[in-house]
Design a protein around this ligand. Structure first.
Ligand code: B12
Ligand code: SF4
Ligand code: SF4
Length: 277
């Protein structure tokens, strides 16, 4: 069943028209990576301490979605959508604002990611189980002022970490085997799948601490002390960003993500040993 779910996610991404921008022909995402975490993984409870009580466990989200039905347990299915070479290339050339294809991927690619979330809920329902996509559910919320700054009550990165898909980095972002230039998603289901083994003990193990992302940030939001979410967010949602999104034919804001391109972790885990070494 683990392979069947993996194949369905990959099939959907490879064959859906939604994974391509009509006007430019840019494909948003290449082949996804998939991982599984058990609801009973103690990490989800631990997140209530490291993030805050407001961060929900898979069991709490499932109970809210299905009227407190009591079920024995289940799985968090997580995926990594690697941003395509063409979209990454458009950002590599930039110093101040994101490239057009990158910005289009941020907006329309995320719409496709939502399509994938809805598709996987339907697919699992078709297998005779129940499923909910946390970030599309009624219970999903973002908070601007928490002890850990701007945060939501379901973090796709923390779920992916639990599902063995990679680690965090010194700039907060998640480095998978396909690198840091990715988008991520998850669904919670009562279908029981074999959890993916977490290889790393340190939650920032995949980061080289090379500081290359520091010099990529146009507003100094990354320092050796980490990532300043307020500086980053202010830039991402600035008036210039809104205007650029309009010029590019995107919507809302253009985003940024310069720290995710032209860096050693852009499209691979920089700590991964090559076969020869
Ligand atoms: C709020 C938000 C933001 C905010 C704040 C970011 C933040 N760090 O919280 C702002 C607006 C600044 C932002 C910026 C960006 N974002 Co954003 N954002 C989100 C959102 C909606 C929620 C994140 C959240 O609530 N996290 C929870 C908080 C608590 O996480 P945290 O502070 O990073 O957690 C730290 C601690 O927990 C710490 N930690 C301490 N001890 C321990 C111990 C253990 C065991 C562990 C595991 C961790 C841990 O590790 C973390 C990193 O330091 C998610 C979507 C989602 N629902 O997940 C997307 C998301 C995180 N963003 C994403 C992206 C792509 C971006 C941008 C590139 C924007 C763009 N496309 O142009 C930039 C990148 C900036 C950066 N360097 O991270 C991607 C992640 C890609 C990646 N490789 O990580 C996500 C997952 C969206 C998606 N669906 O793909 N984002
Ligand atoms: S550029 Fe270097 S320091 Fe920054 S996240 Fe990537 S590996 Fe870590
Ligand atoms: S996404 Fe945020 S942290 Fe990354 S380069 Fe842009 S402003 Fe800096």
């Amino acid at each position: 069943m683990e392979i069947k779910i993996l194949k369905e996610i990959r099939r959907f991404v490879a064959t859906s028209l939604g994974n391509q921008h009509e006007e430019t022909g840019v494909i948003y995402f290449s082949e996804p990576l998939v991982g599984y975490a058990s609801w009973d993984d103690p990490l989800f409870q631990a997140y209530k301490n490291s993030i805050g009580e407001f961060h929900l466990t898979p069991r709490e989200i499932f109970a809210a979605a299905f009227d407190n039905q009591r079920v024995a347990g289940g799985t968090v299915i997580c995926w990594i959508l690697p941003i395509s070479e063409r979209a990454r290339q458009s950002n590599r050339l930039q110093e101040q604002w994101p490239g057009r294809e990158w910005a289009l991927t941020r907006y329309f690619g995320e719409e496709f990611n939502c399509e994938l979330r809805r598709h996987m809920v339907e697919y699992i329902t078709g297998l005779g189980h129940q499923a909910v996509a946390p970030t599309l559910s009624d219970i999903f919320q973002s908070f601007s002022e928490t002890p850990v700054g701007f945060a939501s009550n379901w973090s796709e990165r923390h779920a992916a970490y639990a599902a063995g898909l990679g680690t965090f980095s010194m700039n907060d972002a998640f480095i998978s085997e396909a690198g840091i230039a990715v988008r991520m998603g998850s669904v919670i289901t009562d279908l029981k799948l074999l959890p993916t083994l977490r290889k790393e003990q340190n939650y920032q193990a995949n980061c080289l601490n090379c500081n290359a992302c520091i010099s990529r940030c146009p507003v100094g939001a990354i320092t050796t002390n980490g990532h300043d979410k307020i500086k980053c967010r202010t830039y991402l949602f600035s008036e210039e960003s809104v205007q650029l999104a309009e010029k590019y034919g995107g919507q809302k804001t253009a985003g940024c993500g310069l720290c995710q391109t032209r860096v050693p972790c852009e499209f691979k885990n920089p700590r991964r040993k090559t076969e020869a070494s």
